[in-house]
Design a protein around this ligand. Sequence first.
Ligand SMILES: [Zn+2]
Ligand SMILES: [Zn+2]
Length: 231
Amino acid sequence: MLRANAWHHRTDSVSSVVVLVGIGGTMLGLPYLDAIAAVMVGLMILKIGWDLGWTASQELADAGLEEDSLSQIREVIGNISGVKSVHMLRTRKLGGHAMADVHVQVDPWLSVSEGHRIAEVVQYGLIDRVDVLEDVTVHIDPEDDEEGPSCAHLPLRSEAEAMLDRLCEGVSCYDQKERLVLHYLSGRIDIDLYLPLHCFASTQQAERLRSEYQNMVRDSEIFRDIHVWFG
Ligand SMILES: [Zn+2]
Ligand SMILES: [Zn+2]
């Protein structure tokens, strides 16, 4: 508003001069000067209106934060323990405030709750330390999703588990499995299979069991590997 008002005053004074020239022209017997003056005032108003509208729409639409704020954001995130890297940082200004949207890469083997905890620290750390930020959305990545194979084609748990059941149904102890952790990484699923402790008879037997499981998924295009855990 302030800028619009300043422009308004400037336009007023410049157009007054143009109008004076017009009046002077009429008095000197040059009436067309008046018409030229009117056209000039009209053009000035159009130009100023365009400039103001452009700046305002930039602020409202997709203008992001300046480079020094962006590097401050990257620095704050980079100093948080557990953050491996940052990408797809997008910011938007809205009035005097700004929002940020950012992808944060963490260790791919973290639990959901630890990843969530890191996301919270990133979110509140940014809102706390970067004054202009009011709202931050954090997307946790187990790997760099800007390069490398996507996991978008992989089935969710119910379907993946049904596939694994078909592959492993004959392997000993599979029907006693206690927990199945699926890791969607680089276009395939890595499996953590937790078996009860009594399935562990000896190191050799456990190694045999492990290679038996690994053989079952060897030719799968969905699963990459099985890690067997006891206890
Ligand atoms: Zn949450
Ligand atoms: Zn990402």
